[in-house]
Design a protein around this ligand. Sequence first.
Ligand code: SAM
Ligand code: SF4
Length: 329
Amino acid sequence: MGALTDSFGRTFPYIRLSITDVCNFKCGYCLPNGYFKQENKPGFLTLDEISNLVSALSELGVSKIRLTGGEPTVRKDFFDILKNIKSKGKINNLVMTTNGYKLNQIADQLIKDGINGINISIDSLDRNKFKEITGHDRLPQILEGIKILQDKGFANIKVNAVLLKNINDSEADFDSWEQFVKENAIDFRYIELMQTGDSLEYFRKYHVSASVFKNYLIKKNWNEVARVADAGPSINFVHSNYKGKFGIIAPYSKDFCKTCNRLRITAKGELRLCLFGNTGTNLRPLLQSPDQKNELKILILKQLNFKKESHYLELGDTGITPHLASIGG
Ligand code: SAM
Ligand code: SF4
């Protein structure tokens, strides 16, 4: 059985695996009213189901998995999941995205259990703004968590912020991040706000093109790095006087989808070919026993033929994604 390839010649060594839709934050662009449990709906994938899924994926050439959500660390068995995936020995790049709310408590354990990279979402370095955006006054604990990771020599840390008009897009906001990457060997990236099914009004109010940040970087003599073949969606900038780097993730830009190398699996086991696609394929019935592995692999390979060349986000088509907590942003 071959590796994961689509009809446009793209390969997919990278899976974003959501392990829960639950989140304790209330980010205005994602879950402004917090997470609501849906009654009588099936629960999230169990450890055994995840284990069966990852075994099949690794045989299809997947070598990188990002654990995401919702907030992945709210799962009580988060570390069991991490250790189970690591124990298979085939996923050499196991990374995660977190809001970092308890990073200061779990940083040690994450390193011990072999996480290879951590993306942390911090929309502002201003404590009040951070609280306003996320609904939680947790910035100090998150920064403390980053410090613990750094003190232990953990290097693969990225910090992401969603760029929001009149909230964190001023020159003073950019300056505070520039100071941050001067002192910290961390990649900081602004993500352009994406419209999702639930967020049209918010999007209209707060979307601003990432070019405002790009113009700032050019003005401050940051140098754009030439793209390598299998780079992610981020456009990166370096400067010799700074320990860290900057990046921009602009999903509305032309050619964003050309370098797509990832598929998504929701916390309930649906394969999503695109963040903004219109369909999902339920893999769950084939995750019930290790004996179903071949059938599962055949189903995933077949579905890839349906992956489209691009999303149609610029036309306002957000597909079936109400918010990114439902798919693992
Ligand atoms: N809870 C974790 C976190 O916030 O890092 C992981 C899940 S969250 C859905 C993943 C990423 O998606 C975060 O960096 C978040 O800022 C981003 N995100 C959520 N909604 C977004 C939107 N509408 N546009 C752009 N990025 C979004
Ligand atoms: Fe939670 Fe992450 Fe969504 Fe914020 S972006 S509400 S932290 S899932």
